[in-house]
Design a protein around this ligand. Structure first.
Ligand code: ZN
Length: 375
């Protein structure tokens, strides 16, 4: 049924049909994306777009890379190499949809690149089709890993040369500067959107289209983090960010992913449109990730009387929750991030919450600096 609906709309979808003007969508972007990506493999969905591509009509050259669901948009001019990664977790569709809409606009000549090249990577195709986070293992913990097994491991191995910007199909590009990588995600819980980056890269944050950021010091994160797309790409000399755009199926998440992708490519300097600054509302420095423990229960937020929400501020020595070993106190003024109810996860199954120190002076400095200034 879903397949029939899709094919009746044609390759370019109903929203752009007819006059060529933008019609009001009859279903939400989130619903439309879910239908699109669970009805056919990503390679087929992108492939249908490419069927309408007439090379001589465009200033850019578009090609399939010799890896499933990976595409190269090449301006033919020297410039930055930007990799747009999405769907590494198969139930996180905002980035897949944003990449698809951008790709379609380029194929149809509605957008173009001025300089450099953009690589589009759809990570975990099989899990996307099943709308599952993963099939065997968390793909965003296995890049560069050894001795691991599973379908995600095999796919990650295949993609490593892309994220390391050394795939042979990219060698003809005349790239300038460090390659850039944006990896798009969404979250199971409600949370404001957040961009994750390396502390050393903080000056780029106001140009990525997301008003909240968490930075980490590379030597403070555990080894699993180094096997994420961001960690692996950074290890291979890319400027890499993780975009967490909001809750999986929220409309705002899909809109934010489109905005963030646009900002990222503008800031990288591949698009004709100028970079745009977004004021940072919250900036945190990662302090710790707390794993599930026996008997753990959160306190309520004493100000609201409600359970903690992501980016609630807790003052130093505020009580976060307790387990059999005692009360968890906030070590410094900062944010609680992604508080997960332990009821829903088994012991040892991952983080219960993350703490980030508030970085107000850096946030103010970044908000008052201008493009090109390194604060
Ligand atoms: Zn994810």
């Amino acid at each position: 049924m879903v397949r029939e609906v899709l094919s009746a709309r044609g390759a370019f979808g109903s929203r752009y049909a007819g006059s060529g003007g933008l019609e009001l969508p009859s279903v939400s972007i989130a619903d439309e994306a879910l239908t699109r990506w669970t009805a056919a493999p990503a390679a087929q969905v992108f492939g249908e777009i490419l069927e309408g591509y007439i090379e001589s009509d465009l200033a850019v050259k578009i090609s399939r890379l010799p890896l499933s669901s990976c595409y190269l948009i090449d301006s033919g001019k020297p410039g930055p190499l930007c990799t747009v990664s999405s769907g590494v977790h198969g139930d996180e569709l905002c980035g897949v949809e944003a990449s698809y809409l951008f790709f379609k606009d380029v194929v149809l000549g509605r957008r173009t690149l001025d300089w450099g090249a953009v690589v589009i990577v759809v990570g975990n195709e099989e899990a996307i089709l099943e709308n599952r986070r993963c099939l065997d293992v968390d793909m965003n913990r296995v890049f560069g890993g050894v001795g691991l097994e599973g379908r995600e491991v095999a796919r990650a191995k295949e993609l490593e040369a892309i994220y390391a910007s050394r795939h042979e199909a990219l060698q003809h590009l005349q790239t300038e500067g460090a390659p850039l990588v944006a990896d798009f995600h969404s979250m199971s819980i409600q949370s404001p959107p957040v961009v994750w980056g390396e502390y050393a890269q903080h000056r780029h944050l106001p140009y990525l289209g997301i008003p909240n950021a968490v930075l980490h010091q590379r030597n403070q994160v555990d080894s699993r983090f180094l096997r994420t797309v961001q960690g692996f790409s950074t290890n291979h000399h890319s400027l890499a960010f993780t975009f967490e755009c909001g809750q999986h199926h929220a409309e705002s998440t899909f809109l934010l992913a489109q905005r963030a992708l646009d900002h990222f490519l503008r800031y990288a300097g591949v698009l004709p449109e100028p970079a745009e600054k977004t004021s940072l509302e919250r900036l945190g420095l990662l302090m710790r990730t707390v794993e599930n423990s026996k008997g753990f229960a959160f306190r309520d937020n004493p100000i609201t009387g409600q359970p903690w929400k992501s980016f609630d501020v807790i003052r130093r020595n505020g009580e976060i929750g307790s387990d059999e070993r005692g009360v968890h106190l906030m070590p410094k003024d900062g944010y609680i991030l992604f508080p997960r109810s332990p009821k829903s996860i088994a012991i040892g199954e991952g983080a219960v919450y993350v703490l980030a120190q508030q970085e107000e002076s850096l946030r103010n400095a970044l908000n008052h600096s201008s493009l090109g200034e390194s604060s």
